[in-house]
Design a binder for this molecule. Structure first.
Ligand SMILES: Cc1ncc(COP(=O)(O)O)c(C=O)c1O
Ligand SMILES: [Zn+2]
Length: 422
């Protein structure tokens, strides 16, 4: 179904009901999630012209569901590096491995891609108060874009489990920070209720406009590689990003930019892996996990809202869903840092841990072109590496002989070794 004369509109993924682009709603009356649809014929998309613009989120502005360019709130997001990781590829026995490092975005995570559009849309819809529930990165991003847009921002975060760097960001950007005595799922439930009471404009990834901005991550990967990769490995929490990237790939196929599609591999932490469970059992409905637990606080989510879109992405693409343990996440964080010089937060390292596991299981062909997405910078959460590397600190006195001995001594004379068990 379409809406007459509209360039874009919202569409229920469950019952196909359509809603106008400016209607304030986040789900259909049937409970289905909403997706943005476009009349591509009338959008006048010129891919070659887009490619001549700088590699940034707004390079794709004809594919962004915003009517007034004057409402754009941007902090120069997107255009993150796609690293060709030859060292890591060698260690894992692969030939073509890339890491798309989303930690390079203005607030240090991929969330900025969705937030630039989300806040711009909020202004276009004349919203004055925005809010989100967050494991940390969404709150940091929403707070920054709200500050720039000069609108009120409220964030609900789990009181105990949020990385300090992320909390610092939300605070310094001037958001009203409410630390909920519960987990992310509790905070999400409350913020949805506030939205249904009309108190706030909700900017979690259940808001379909957020995901439209995030899908530029997929467009960028293709623009940087010139083709679609064979496989994309991506951390999954609330399950919005994997859905957004898959949507981008299918759109680029529809628009004739790519001829093949990647397998989408979603990685969850073992203590917070309801989508993996669903994937493994072939279930049609998600069974939430009551008390999710993982060191990767960004993906410590037991009841991911975008699961219907995410499971479709993995199944439709012939990909997979996989769980990794905290131990594997910590090792992968170290491995990526030491093999390539890329420092990512634990949730982001889950994509590397997931890739390693897929290789170990023999599920990956060494010729495949693989992109691992690392979603946020390691500097947000220094606690984890400080703990995992603390035994490596060598205490010394102010004594040149002692220091020389430590540098040249038996234990430290070898070149640093990266150990992986395959
Ligand atoms: C660093 C990081 N990685 C991964 C995710 C998961 O993304 P999504 O909730 O879209 O699945 C998040 C979400 O907060 C995150 O902050
Ligand atoms: Zn519906």
């Amino acid at each position: 179904m379409t809406i007459e004369n509209a360039l874009f509109w919202m569409n229920c993924i469950k019952c196909d009901t359509v809603f106008k682009e400016n209607e304030i709603r986040y789900v259909c009356d049937c409970g289905g999630l909403l997706d943005i649809k476009y009349d591509y014929d009338r959008l006048n998309i010129d891919i070659e012209q887009m490619k001549r613009r700088p590699l940034k989120v707004w390079r794709y502005r004809e594919l962004m569901p915003l009517k007034k360019e004057s409402k754009i709130v941007s902090l120069n997001e997107g255009g993150t590096t796609l690293y060709c990781c030859e060292n890591l590829a060698k260690i894992l026995g692969l030939k073509h491995l890339f890491v798309k490092n989303e930690g390079e975005n203005p607030t240090g995570s991929f969330k900025d891609r969705g937030m630039t559009l989300g806040i711009s849309k909020a202004l276009e819809l004349d919203k004055k108060v925005v809010a989100c529930a967050s494991t940390g990165n969404t709150s940091a991003s929403l707070a920054a874009y709200s500050a720039n847009a000069r609108i009120r921002c409220i964030v609900l975060v789990p009181s105990a489990k949020i990385a300090l760097g992320k909390l610092a960001q939300a605070l310094i950007f001037g958001a009203k920070v409410l630390a909920v005595k519960g987990n992310f799922d509790d905070a999400m439930h409350i913020v949805e209720e506030l939205a249904s009471r009309g108190m706030i404009y909700l900017l979690n990834s259940i808001n379909p406009y957020r995901l439209e901005g995030q899908r530029t991550l997929g467009f960028e990967i293709v623009d940087q590689m010139g083709v679609s990769p064979d496989r994309i490995v991506i951390p999954v929490g609330n399950a919005g990003n994997v859905s957004a990237v898959w949507k981008a790939m299918k759109e680029y196929e529809t628009l004739g930019v790519i001829k093949s599609l990647p397998k989408m591999c979603g990685i969850q932490a073992a203590g917070a892996a309801p989508i993996v469970k669903m994937y493994e059992t072939g279930a049609e409905e998600l069974v939430p996990i009551a008390n999710p637990e993982t060191i990767a606080t960004a993906i410590r989510i037991g009841n991911p809202v975008s699961w219907p879109k995410a499971i479709k992405a993995m199944r439709e693409s012939g990909g997979t869903a996989l769980a990794v343990t905290d131990q594997e996440i910590v090792e992968a964080q170290k491995l990526l840092a030491r093999a390539e010089g890329i420092f990512v937060e634990p949730a982001s390292a889950s994509s590397i841990a997931g890739l390693k596991k897929l290789v170990e299981r023999g599920e990956i062909d060494s010729d495949e072109y693989i992109v691992c997405i690392t979603t946020g910078t390691g500097l947000k959460d220094p606690d984890t590496p400080i703990k995992s590397c603390k035994d490596e600190i060598i205490q010394v006195s102010i004594n040149i002989e002692e220091i020389t001995e430590k540098i040249l001594g038996e234990k430290h004379e070898e070149k640093p070794q990266i150990t992986v068990s395959l």
